[in-house]
Design a protein around this ligand. Structure first.
Ligand SMILES: OC[C@H]1O[C@H](O[C@H]2O[C@H](CO)[C@@H](O)[C@H](O)[C@H]2O)[C@H](O)[C@@H](O)[C@@H]1O
Length: 601
């Protein structure tokens, strides 16, 4: 059975990523890309949906299994799991080397002291756990083939078949290193050249230390920021520059519930925020690559711009359900694809304009096509900003006039005005200024509940929304405006989960059912909880901001990773994992709190 979400660690090769549990089981891997079918999908079912486990024999069935501790090697994506057994200590080193042709996962067992008896258990399943491949030996490698896919395992450990599993018991002694390399390829091609596991390890470590070289932040939260940045980089599809929201699908927002979504795609919103974090950290190459991805993805008519795309810029992300998969802890359906791709979410043009303005002010050269695109986006937004939408939470119910979306429409015109005023960019500035001011008036009249002193989730509603915490950082109103202060206080009061964290909205607002039209509820939303920390700082409550931020840092798992949500009652992470949307505000809050402290000193 899969572990808790926080039991997993990430390894990746910048084209896809794998999740490996504390129990030594690789339970999730899509090959050759993030959005390809999984060849190990135990995460969304059990071992018979595909897994590759290496662990001490005693860890398999013993009710008191040996203890494992984990860490990444330095500032890299090379994972080490250290097993302490009665007879000795062994380390399993897991990583995905940078690709030189075919994608591979390398797992090296190193004997540290004494001897350790281990077991390898390989259950290869293509097509999200549904296809049992034909397994055979070829050129000394165990090979699995089914349809278009082939996987080869190269290891000195002799595996034997037991039903649809291949297993081996073996012993490692101190000083010994036993490698296994699993490589994927299209089945019609000849076997790729061998991977030297030790040389691959050296190069992978070297790559990560080179990558971090431009990073100079040395503040209080360096360790958390670095791990978040490495995670964001690992979620970037290197060939195109697209950034996935998370490498998983259908890790539930409520165990056993229906709030299960596929995040292996690029949201303009999430990626724009990621870009801000990368730019602020000095990673301009990634920012430039993403801009290239964006330019290609959105090319065409502005009315056809989607809120999300595939990692190659694909538009059709048709949602379907993998009904054969039991789901993580029975959370069904397991969704592949994402129906939100065709939604109207009016915050997105604002995110886009904000990101483009940021890239310009960071000194990246403007692309001619993007300048034309901005004009076209604004022309289109002028026609549609007053319509209802699904909002940033991608609510699947009736469209509404979401206040956060309207504020972001204001941002779109505001940034256009500023680009014209400050950078001399051409455009109908007076008209943009006039629309900007009209949106502002409308939001303050229709989106503000004067009796309670707070902005609301949508016009005329009493419901609140933690996205409103973003208002002070957009410049829509200054942080010390009583309407901002009232909104922060109302969100804290009404959306708190009792421990300082907040939900994004109430799934039971006024007893009338959830505004998202879905059954069940969900946990505290971690991005919103980081936004709250940021809003507290902005509104003059820096000490409370720091306390909340440091509490949030404690929710990271043993290797520094966070999912989308957290269940404060069960004390466990929820939702897709690790999630960019969570790690991005962590980075921002860390920088801002440090900056505040330095300013104070
Ligand atoms: O809550 C319902 C929606 O949940 C997902 O969207 C969430 O994740 C996105 C990616 O991180 C984020 O941009 C969005 O703001 C979140 O609400 C899901 O992808 C949607 O299909 C679903 O309707």
């Amino acid at each position: 059975m899969p572990g808790r979400i926080e039991d997993y660690a990430l390894v990746g090769d910048l084209l896809t990523a794998a999740l490996i549990g504390r129990d030594g089981s690789l339970d999730w891997l899509c090959l050759p890309r993030f959005d390809s079918p999984a060849c190990f999908a135990a995460l969304l079912g059990d071992e018979n949906n595909g897994r590759w486990r290496i662990a001490p024999v005693a860890a398999y069935d013993d009710p008191a299994p040996p203890a494992a501790t984990r860490r990444y090697r330095g500032d890299s994506l090379v994972l080490e799991t250290v097993w302490e057994t009665d007879t000795g200590r062994a380390t399993v080193v897991d990583f995905m080397p940078r690709r030189d042709g075919a994608p591979s996962v390398v797992r090296i067992v190193e004997g540290v002291s004494g001897t350790v008896d281990l077991r390898m258990d390989l259950r290869l399943r293509f097509e999200y756990g549904s296809v049992v491949p034909w397994m055979h030996r070829e050129h000394g490698q165990l090979t699995g083939v089914a349809g278009p896919e082939a996987v080869r395992l190269s290891t000195p450990v002799p595996l034997t078949a037991h039903g649809h599993a291949h297993t081996a018991d073996f012993t490692v002694t101190a000083g010994e290193r036993i490698p296994s390399v699993l490589t994927w390829q299209p089945s019609h091609l000849p076997a790729p050249g061998p991977v030297d596991p030790f040389e691959a390890l050296r190069r992978t470590e070297e790559y990560w230390s080179d990558w971090l070289r431009p990073f100079s932040y040395d503040g209080t939260y360096r360790e958390a920021v670095v791990r978040s940045l490495i995670t964001l980089k690992a979620l970037t599809y290197e060939p195109t520059g697209g950034i996935v929201a998370a490498p998983t699908t259908s890790l539930p927002e409520q165990p056993g519930g229906v709030r299960n979504w596929d995040y292996r795609y690029c949201w303009l919103r999430d990626a724009g925020m990621t870009l801000e974090a990368l730019l602020r950290s000095g990673f301009t190459a990634e920012a430039d690559a993403w801009r290239g991805w964006l330019e290609r993805a959105v090319a065409g008519r502005p009315q056809d711009i989607q809120i999300m795309y595939g990692i190659g810029g694909e538009r059709r992300l048709t949602e379907w359900t993998a009904d054969w998969l039991p789901g993580y802890e029975g959370s069904r359906p397991v969704r592949i694809g994402n129906g939100a791709a065709v939604q109207q979410q009016l915050d997105v043009p604002g995110e886009l304009m904000d990101t483009l303005a940021l890239t310009l002010s960071s000194g990246l050269r403007p692309h001619r096509h993007l300048i034309a695109l901005q004009r076209a986006v604004l022309d289109h937004l002028e026609k549609v900003w007053s319509r209802p939408d699904q909002g940033l939470w991608e609510m699947r119910g009736e469209p509404r006039h979401h206040v956060h979306s309207k504020v972001m429409c204001w941002v779109a015109f505001d940034r256009a005005v500023r680009l014209a005023e400050e950078h001399g960019r051409p455009g109908p500035v007076d008209r943009w200024r006039e629309i900007r001011d009209r949106i502002h008036r409308e939001v303050c009249e229709r989106g503000f509940d004067a009796a309670r002193g707070t902005f609301t989730q949508s016009y005329g509603s009493r419901a609140l929304d933690a996205a409103l915490l973003l208002i002070p950082r957009t410049g829509f109103l200054p942080p010390d405006d009583p309407r901002v202060i009232g909104t922060v206080a109302a969100v804290e009061r009404e959306l708190s989960t009792g421990d300082g964290l907040v939900r994004r909205y109430s799934t039971n607002a006024g007893g009338s059912g959830s505004p998202d039209g879905l059954a069940g509820s969900e946990g505290a939303f971690l991005a919103c909880s980081f936004w709250l920390a940021d809003a507290l700082r902005l509104t003059g409550r820096a000490d409370e901001a720091r306390t909340l931020f440091e509490r949030l840092l404690l929710l990271r798992n043993d290797v520094g990773l966070l999912a989308e949500e957290y269940d404060p009652v069960a004390g466990r992470q929820l939702g897709n994992f690790p999630q960019a949307f969570t790690h991005v505000p962590l980075i921002r809050a860390a920088y801002e709190l440090d900056r505040h402290e330095t300013g104070r000193q």
